[in-house]
Unconditional design. Structure first.
Length: 426
């Protein structure tokens, strides 16, 4: 058990008795917590990853040499993985390349594999990943929060024999293959779909497997791949749910990354958002980075800016209306630097709005909703709100740039489009 867990740093507004209550629960389950960023993980129960490439011929790529400053870390990580039986030496005809990335602490490394070639052959499973917007809107009525980041969760998932061969990778230290799911970029291979079913089965369903009475269902948790967020209306409920979740994590042999998990918080970070008792907002650091961006000098830069904002469009009132002039830009316009006055004005307004727009509240399913549509020549937007303290407070902002056919609509028809979009996305 690390000192951080024993001292429970940065608990929000908790009493000494509450801290003691929480500490006793964490201590009871301390074996599942891992503090070392590259510590080895035991295999999880109840899930196995398989990869199907059909009749594709194996592809073997030549290894790339990395920087000497990373060589020792790569060697130690590979040695650790071999000793933990997460990887093994391989004679597979497949060989993909490694990609080394420093983790946020700028000390530990993340071993990723460039599976883009393999990925083009894989038959993907049909397990649908949830939408981010759906995952961050189920916390109404919650006063206390906690989040779990499963320690290199993919590494806990065992693989079939053919999946091991397909997963093989090469580097200056040799040719290896995984015995467990590799930790991958989110758009590579099909490994990310093996974790969500396990998490849902772990937190909700027993599937007729004998288990301790403490291991009841934990409804109300939100999970995305290997991250779980949970809220509770009271401290006692939070502690009860924490105990049940940790029992389930222990049963399914899932380890938790201690540095990336939080307990007893009034606000938690989840999927690049911050969630509080009454509101949701974009992560302040990301917002700060967006505000410091200069106007792009290339069309690719414009698209990157719009892509960043599109993830947070629900926090920007009239986003589609303001952004319409940026969507109309062409590469020639941006490179020439002419006729950009409207686009630059929109760029500045959007950067202001991401911090000045009122924070969306959690929806209250017991109250009626209000839809306020807004449309102009190029776009249709709407605010979904509810009455709080005599005022309409926003729950969600939405909108879209009009198509060529929709541009010909009457203003009233455009507002109907805005209302229909609210009904579609919420």
């Amino acid at each position: 058990m690390t000192s951080r867990l024993l001292t429970l740093e940065n608990l929000d507004e908790s009493t000494e008795a509450q801290e003691k209550q929480l500490k006793s629960i964490l201590k009871r389950h301390q074996k599942i917590f891992l503090g070392d960023g590259n510590a080895a993980r035991p295999p999880a129960r109840g899930v196995i990853c398989d990869l199907d490439v059909g009749d594709a011929k194996p592809v073997a790529q030549r290894p790339r040499t990395g920087g000497p400053h990373l060589a020792i870390k790569v060697y130690k990580l590979l040695k650790n993985l071999l000793e933990a039986t997460l990887i093994e030496h391989s004679e597979s005809p497949w060989a993909s390349l490694i990609v080394i990335v420093l983790k946020k602490n700028e000390v530990d490394i993340r071993l990723c594999i460039d599976y883009r070639v393999v990925n083009s052959f894989i038959q993907l499973s049909n397990y649908p990943l949830p939408l981010i917007d759906d995952l961050i809107t189920g916390f109404e009525g919650m006063m206390w929060f906690m989040s779990f980041d499963m320690a290199s969760g993919f590494w806990a998932v065992r693989m079939t024999e053919r999946a091991k061969l397909i997963s093989a990778f090469t580097c200056p230290f040799g040719h290896f293959q995984w015995k467990s799911d590799p930790q991958l970029p989110s758009d590579e291979m099909d490994a990310e779909r093996s974790m969500p079913p396990l998490v849902e089965q772990m937190t909700v369903f027993r599937r007729n497997i004998p288990a301790p009475s403490q291991m009841g269902s934990v409804l109300g948790s939100s999970s995305y791949i290997d991250v779980i967020a949970h809220g509770a209306a009271t401290w006692d409920q939070l502690c009860g749910d924490l105990d049940a979740l940790l029992y389930r994590l222990r049963y399914w042999s899932i380890s938790v990354s201690l540095p990336k998990s939080e307990f007893g918080k009034r606000v938690i970070a989840y999927l690049s958002h911050e969630i509080g008792a009454e509101w949701i907002r974009s992560t302040p650091k990301i917002v700060k980075d967006i505000q410091e961006l200069p106007f792009p000098s290339t069309m690719k830069g414009v698209q990157s800016f719009l892509g960043s904002l599109n993830y947070y469009h629900k926090f920007i009132e009239d986003y589609a209306v303001v952004a319409a002039s940026l969507y109309e830009l062409t590469d020639d316009h941006v490179r020439a630097g002419r006729h950009l006055s409207r686009a630059k004005e929109s760029f500045a307004i959007l950067k202001r709005k991401i911090v000045s727009t009122p924070l969306p509240r959690h929806p209250d399913r017991t109250k009626p909703f209000v839809i306020i549509p807004h449309a102009n020549q190029w776009a249709a937007c709407a605010v979904l709100g509810q009455m709080h303290d005599g005022l309409v407070q926003p729950v969600r902002f939405t909108g879209h740039v009009l198509s060529d056919a929709e541009l010909k609509y009457h203003i009233a028809e455009k507002e109907v489009l805005a209302v229909m979009r609210v009904l579609h996305v919420f």
